[in-house]
Design a protein around this ligand. Sequence first.
Ligand code: GAR
Length: 196
Amino acid sequence: MKKVAVFASGSGSNFQAIAEAVKDGTLKADIQLLVCDKPGAKVIERARKFNIPVFTFVPKTFASKEQFEKEIVKELEEHGVEFIVLAGYMRLIGNVLLDAYEGSIVNIHPSFLPAFPGKDAVGQALEANVAETGVTVHYVDSGMDTGPIIEQVKIPVLPGDTRETLQERIQKAEHQLYPAVINKLLQKDTVGGIVQ
Ligand code: GAR
């Protein structure tokens, strides 16, 4: 089974969906590590309940992104991590991580990319008054939600939707889609973002 690290910054509902899918056997993966840049984040509690080791760090205590990414890569290598899943990790991935893992890092984003990249994709969709938005799983490159798209689903924006109701609908879809897509990718060999 492929050794995986999940990176997250917040609540970790996607982390939870992934960890549950591993537990019930629908996602064949070995989660070695949670990497978290926010020491108080709820996702850390969730990882502890699954007995998954956690590496937390405080970015501003490092001189640069290169410095903290070197620490992360060291941790990943110590755990034999082969594949990285970003699940609400609210930071751009820099050169150090990309040099070590490009083609083996995926992200989930709460919009039908290329629409509404970056922060608050749900708020952006409401603001734009669109009839539908979506969820996208994509490979990670150095840009903001720009890497090659792997799978997407469309989600309707309903009359009267608030940020909360739309986010709930989107996250429900994320929790179904992400474990399934990760499972498909891990059962194949991926090199340079291309499924071999
Ligand atoms: C998810 O909706 C994810 O798509 C989004 O952050 C949320 C994290 O929720 N990611 C991005 O916006 C990345 N640009 P969670 O902590 O409950 O999994």
